[in-house]
Ligand binder design. Structure first.
Ligand code: SAM
Length: 301
């Protein structure tokens, strides 16, 4: 079974990029009154304690969301960041950031009961899927949320196209299996055939591995072949010398801490490029750790 547990990484720089973009997409989709469907193929546990043993030992939120919350930028944040910080604050009414919402909770916070928006969650890890079920129960969201302990790539197939014909597919694997990179590309290709107007958001780690390097290129080709607009953004916080090696408990061997990640979207909101161009430079000023820090926003189609 997988050793990846998102609890070790919750609130890190990769979550900051991913969840800001997720919020922007959902704001755009929910601006129209008609229902939307969201499929989160790799949901995680849904909610994380930043003061738990998990988070304490890896400390990744310290170099991510907690650094942003404590920075002067929080008081004068560009709208996209302000929206994210506000949503985070709604999970932490005491004013201290102890709880971090993962993608299921970020999404659910923005869905509308009255519009009959729907959220499908897939999580394969037995412990995390149980935790997710417990967290979701507390929402009393009823039929708004469908939760499955199944393979998200497979499960997605049965859900496309959604009856609403409007929606988002978030594909956020842990890429523990090399095969995940190929599955992401194949899933996007197949899904675009079934649900061409859907918005797709794929997260991936920027690491020195051929499959990871190749993935955005492959996704651009698929979007271009389908004649669909795309957007690609990378946030790289660079390497700090003293934290060059991060050993995450639960993972088999020490690995260099993740310093950069990317999101690739097909059919992105037309306003997203400008929002990211406005938001990522000041975010990087706060989160950047020196050598290798960079950001990129590019689009096509
Ligand atoms: N999307 C979450 C968020 O932003 O809060 C984080 C998800 S985490 C990066 C990836 C999750 O996918 C892990 O919890 C892992 O157990 C789960 N997973 C791995 N392979 C899976 C698969 N084939 N189907 C469903 N879940 C899977």
């Amino acid at each position: 079974m997988f050793s990846y547990r998102h609890g070790f990484h919750a609130g890190n720089h990769a979550d900051v990029l991913k969840h800001m973009v997720l919020i922007a997409v959902l704001r755009h989709l929910t601006a129209k009154p008609t229902a939307i469907s969201v499929v989160d193929t790799h949901a995680g546990a849904g909610l994380y304690r930043l003061d738990s043993d998990f988070a304490d030992t890896s400390g990744e939120a310290q170099d991510g969301i907690l650094k942003l919350v404590a920075s002067p930028l929080a008081a004068e944040a560009p709208p996209l960041l302000a929206d994210y910080l506000q949503l985070l604050a709604s999970f932490n009414p005491s004013g201290k950031t102890r709880v971090y919402p993962g993608s299921p909770f970020v999404t659910q916070a923005l869905l509308r009961q009255e519009a009959k928006d729907k959220l499908w969650l897939f999580e394969l890890h037995p412990t995390d899927s149980k935790a997710l079920a417990t967290h979701v129960e507390q929402l009393h969201a009823g039929r708004q949320i469908g939760l499955k302990r199944e393979d998200g790539f497979e499960g997605l197939r049965a859900l496309l196209p959604p009856p609403s014909r409007r929606g988002l597919v978030l594909i956020d694997p842990s890429y523990e299996l090399k095969h995940d990179y190929a599955r992401v590309a194949a899933t996007l290709q197949e899904s675009l055939r079934k649900f061409a107007t859907g918005t797709y958001m794929i997260w991936y780690p920027v690491i020195p591995r051929p499959e990871a390097h190749e993935l955005p290129r492959r996704l651009k080709t698929l979007a271009n072949q389908a004649g669909k607009p795309w957007l690609h953004a990378i946030l790289s916080i660079g390497q700090s010398p003293e934290r060059a090696k991060t050993h995450t408990p639960g993972e088999a061997t020490p690995r260099p801490g993740l310093t950069a990640s990317g999101v690739f979207l097909v059919n992105p909101p037309h306003t997203l490029k400008a929002s990211l161009q406005e938001t990522l430079p000041p975010v990087l000023e706060v989160l950047g750790r020196g050598k290798g820090q960079a950001q990129l926003v590019e689009s096509g189609g």
